[in-house]
Design a binder for this molecule. Structure first.
Ligand code: NAG
Ligand code: NAG
Ligand code: NAG
Ligand code: NAG
Length: 498
């Protein structure tokens, strides 16, 4: 059936509900708590589960504590805070570089209010900080964290680094949010403070040369991979570890051919360990496929995009269960994400590429300013500007991504695992790149407020429009996201072309 025929049919059966204009009032904290996922694993609770919001996960950066490797390379107690503390007040465009609001431990967390949300220049080994991070994250509707996992297969340095916060989490339970690990399986290039320099691995570690710390070494022995698995499994068995159908989710933000044997072996070891499988997600360096209007790109932007974006097809479908658009700032498109016209107009859903059978996960950077880690003039800036504009652009992007996931796919695109549906925010606390949901002296709690408001807004739309139907797609009218119509579940959907 053509799109126009489909639309005629929809109109003919008179099932378009009255257009509902959203009026939004600030939600209470109680409402916000309603948004926190209680079930991450386990069977779907109802036939309507597919219509729920995607889980909103935030990437959690561990580098705020002393670490033996950093001590050796950069001096005692070096952490990423050193970079922020040494950074100028303003970036090259004259906008303030955000800093954390002060931490006031004397005020109990449950009295957290406008004046007591700061976390300061914390040490992530502290349980009090990780506890308060959890409280903040839950208060504002963050469903879980993605923790960076640094593990090197390097003869000079085999094993984990920057892992103290994770190990402490195993002991004391905080952050007590659902989580999975992101294996940062790339060479570690030292770029702190603009001192980056490519250097061969044979050169000895020398702080003054700002060397490449470790190359990943992918001729791994079985014993090395077992060591890795034995370290990972303490997390995989953790009650908060996110699983899909019982399989621990293991994410890697970059793909290298040399990784495949390791991933396949880790999968086998997980199965030997009693898990049904590993659920492997790979990060794709790209702008979200559907959330930019590419027709508006200039030829110059398209050239940039082609040069930088990794195509979906480059990730072997037999290895990876799902791809994620890794949220990096695509400077060739400095505008908010938008719901695609095919969804708004209820046109045919584009087929998935190349044998893939589920939607890609979308990631969203909040704003980006790596002045703390670069020489002043070399900083990359993205969605940086007047506070109100930055916040509103993030709001539009997040709302587009959540609405897209909740409304644009047909249930036949989804398996029974609601854990496969995420929107990922970069980041919870990447302060060295000016990219933190955590409260700052520039943005206060505005980014967190956006997360809470957008989730409630989309959920309230779904609820108001006759609840959650089996159809699961929504309809947009007049191209205005705030004007909304929810599809009646008797509509016949065209089969998806594969
Ligand atoms: C590093 O931190 C430890 C513990 O906080 C402290 O005892 C030590 O003096 C610090 N060293 C330097 C060089 O700052
Ligand atoms: C991995 O092993 C192959 C074959 O033995 C060898 O040619 C290659 O140089 C090794 N790679 C590294 C990074 O050592
Ligand atoms: C994940 O991928 C593996 C390997 O292709 C496959 O065996 C498994 O069924 C997949 N899991 C899900 C939930 O799709
Ligand atoms: C769907 O459409 C039918 C027929 O027009 C109507 O009776 C029913 O109430 C609608 N359902 C919803 C959830 O709007």
């Amino acid at each position: 059936m053509s799109t126009s025929k489909l639309l005629v049919r929809i109109l003919a059966v008179g099932i378009i509900q009255t257009v509902i204009f959203l009026t939004w009032t600030s939600p209470s904290i109680r409402q916000a708590y309603r948004l926190i996922s209680t079930e991450f694993d386990g069977p779907p609770t109802s036939s309507h589960h597919q219509n729920f919001l995607p889980k909103v996960l935030a990437i959690y950066f561990p580098q705020f504590h002393a670490d033996p490797l950093n001590d050796r390379l950069w001096g005692a107690n070096f952490s990423d805070w050193n970079n922020l503390l040494a950074a100028p007040a303003k970036n090259k465009d004259g906008f303030a570089v955000p800093r954390p609001l002060p931490y006031k431990p004397e005020i109990p967390a449950h009295l957290m209010g406008e004046n007591n949300v700061g976390l300061g220049y914390y040490d992530l080994r502290s349980v009090d900080i990780r506890k308060r991070q959890s409280e903040l994250a839950k208060l504002y509707g963050i469903d879980g964290f993605i923790h960076h996992h640094y593990w090197f297969y390097d003869p000079n340095y085999n094993g984990p680094t920057l892992h103290a916060p994770l190990i402490n989490m195993l002991r004391d339970g905080y952050p007590d949010l659902p989580f999975f690990l992101n294996w940062c399986a790339v060479s570690w290039i030292n770029v702190w403070m603009g001192r980056a320099k490519w250097q061969s691995r044979s050169e000895t570690i020398n702080m003054n040369k700002a060397i490449t710390l470790q190359q990943q070494y992918f001729n791994a022995s079985d014993a090395q991979i077992r060591d890795h698995y034995d370290w990972l499994k303490q997390f995989f068995h953790h009650k908060n570890y996110i699983k899909v159908g019982g399989a621990p989710v293991f994410f890697s933000y970059q793909s290298r051919t040399e990784m495949m044997p390791i991933l396949n072996r880790l999968r086998e070891l997980a199965i030997e360990d009693g898990f049904p499988n590993l659920y492997l997600i790979i990060g794709r360096g790209a702008a979200p496929t559907h959330l930019h209007d590419r027709s508006e790109l200039t030829p110059g932007m398209i050239t940039q995009m082609r040069r930088r974006d990794q195509p979906v097809e480059s990730f072997p479908v037999e290895v990876y269960n799902q791809t994620m658009v890794y949220p990096y700032p695509a400077e060739y498109i400095n505008k908010a994400l938008a719901i695609p016209n095919w969804c708004k107009n209820r046109e045919k859903i584009p087929p998935f590429p190349d044998g893939r059978n589920k939607p890609e996960i979308n990631g969203i950077p909040i704003t980006f300013d790596n002045t703390p880690r670069r020489e002043f003039a070399n900083a990359n800036l993205w969605n940086v500007g007047p506070v109100h504009e930055v916040v509103e652009r993030f709001r539009t992007s997040l709302k587009s991504a959540i609405t897209f996931d909740a409304c644009c796919w047909h249930p036949s695109h989804r398996s029974d695992h609601k854990q496969e549906r995420y929107v990922v925010i970069n980041a919870w606390n990447e302060w060295g790149e000016g990219m933190a949901l955590e409260p700052s002296d520039v943005y206060g709690t505005q980014f967190l407020e956006v997360v809470k408001d957008v989730k409630l807004e989309v959920m309230s739309l779904l609820e108001r429009n006759g609840g959650l139907t089996d159809d699961g797609r929504c309809m947009f009218v007049d191209g205005d996201e705030k004007v909304w119509n929810f599809m009646n579940d008797t509509v016949e959907i065209e089969p998806v072309e594969q």
